[in-house]
Design a protein around this ligand. Sequence first.
Ligand SMILES: C[S@@+](CC[C@H](N)C(=O)[O-])C[C@H]1O[C@@H](n2cnc3c(N)ncnc32)[C@H](O)[C@@H]1O
Length: 412
Amino acid sequence: MARLHIEKLVAGGLGLARTPSGTALVRGGLPGEVVEAELRERKNHLEGHVRKILEPHPARYLKPLPPSADLPLEYPAQLPIKQGFVQESLERIAKLSFTVSPIQPSPTYGAEAGLYYRTAAQYALHPLGGLAYRLPQTSNLVRIPHDPLIAEPLQPAFALLSGWPLSSLEEVVLRGSIYEGKVLVGFIGGQARFFKKTAQALLQEGIAGVVWGEPSPRGRFRGRIQHLGGATGLLEDFGGVLSTVNVQSFAQVNPRAAGLLLREASRIVAAGRKAVELYAGSGVLSLHLAPLFEEIVAIEINRSAVARGEADRDRLGVQNLVFKQDDARVLTKHLPADLVMVDPPRAGLSPEVLKSLVEGQPAQILYIACDPATWARDVGRLGQAGYQLRFVRPYDFYPLTHHVEVLSLLSR
Ligand SMILES: C[S@@+](CC[C@H](N)C(=O)[O-])C[C@H]1O[C@@H](n2cnc3c(N)ncnc32)[C@H](O)[C@@H]1O
């Protein structure tokens, strides 16, 4: 066991400490803390987990939190750390000196800043009953009696499912809407027919809809899906645009924070003839930007997200937006365009998408990112191809965790 002084957190939420045998990156500590950690040797550094906190951060958050809350600090103390992740990624990875605009804090839901913001959550089922979180990088389950990160409409569903004997399931997924004050439940595992009665009982208890998904190595809800009753989607307010959310496809989990980002995105983009959105989900960004362009093409791989997007577009009467259920790699087919918007998963842009951007030369690229490191890598590459950063602002979509969202604009 090593005694360490955590100098700072680096992107990814790991604490950096110096030891006589080299740099250590540890999970579970906060900047300035003195901790005891178990360390293992890696190729160029030491790596490990904090086992005991000897001198805690003065603003350490002391009430119980789920293990996903890996930045347990009073709310104001979280923000400069996240701002630093984005600024440092730009300097260290993109090798750019550019002043990042001040982070946009998460709007407050309820009495305490930083809590009750998540409108979606996934839990494992504990073998002894109750909902549990999987500890990162292990198969260990931690039972949680209460989850202060999930939004108010999800709380009754959490309480109900905590007392339900659902042990043949692998996971329970909740997706709520703050706008409607309702929640959908997804079951993953077992067989759909065993959960029909449970679904009916949940509907009677006020759950808005229930869906079952076959477990799949390709990911959550990537296998067969069966609707067990009630609503299949809910409307959520993202910055004044009502967009459908469901259990089985991606939508941002902190709708008020996402709404602020979407509104700022539509203020910083210059109007033009054609825009293309990649990794569009249900196209809520395109719906915000539709008044600025004659034509928008939204490309998204997930069929359910595309179906939601088409229904939202038709309900809102937007006529200049088309969806393509396709891989982002087809971008070249849809160029030239005045703006390309991207919001990729953590891995960032694929080499094919980067190549299409460099060759297709849209005048503007709006890049929304959930991983500052891969974003900075891509911004660096676009910089070498003649694009300049015009605007960067971190957004706090995920209080109490190391995650940070980035809104950025590049142009030639
Ligand atoms: C971070 S989410 C962003 C979604 C949307 N922009 C939003 O804010 O709701 C990334 C999206 O990219 C989609 N996706 C992942 N890989 C893709 C690919 N290769 N081509 C197209 N879409 C992809 C996912 O299904 C998901 O909807």
